[in-house]
Design a protein around this ligand. Structure first.
Ligand code: 5GP
Ligand code: ZN
Length: 115
């Protein structure tokens, strides 16, 4: 289940290069091209699903199962002081890539510009 016009499907297929953080049968995680904070990572299901309103429970379960491990890997690699998990659904909510994804944002404190 891929969408040939979707950049995240192309990243999963390896047609667009990405900095891989984690991969399993169901999930791919990679550094966001625009690093809002150091280590900003996107975690996506391998199935093309537009947003949370189309996300099957099984796909959600497979995706979220991987989240704690990716968060721990980011903690180890970047040593932040905190971490946000964020998700935008549909354009008015800030979604710009219409393949469901979670943002994992390591947080460092004042210096990351968000306090
Ligand atoms: P959204 O705004 O949909 O929640 O987030 C989409 C994210 O995808 C943005 O943070 C944007 O920087 C990231 N992004 C868009 N195109 C690419 C790409 O080709 N490679 C990577 N690694 N990230 C991308
Ligand atoms: Zn896709």
């Amino acid at each position: 289940m891929t969408d040939q016009d979707c950049i995240f499907c192309k990243i999963i297929a390896g047609d667009i290069p990405s900095a891989k953080v984690y991969e399993d049968e169901h999930v791919y995680a990679f550094l966001d091209i625009s690093q809002v904070t150091k280590g900003h990572t996107l975690i996506i299901p391998k199935d093309h699903v537009k947003d949370i309103f189309e996300l099957p429970e099984e796909t959600a379960a497979n995706l979220y199962r991987a989240v704690p491990g990716v968060a721990k890997a980011l903690n180890k690699a970047f040593e932040p002081n905190g971490l946000n998990v964020l998700n935008n659904n549909k354009k008015p909510a800030g979604q710009s890539v219409f393949h469901y994804h979670l943002h994992l944002l390591p947080r460092y404190g004042k210096e990351d510009g968000f306090q």
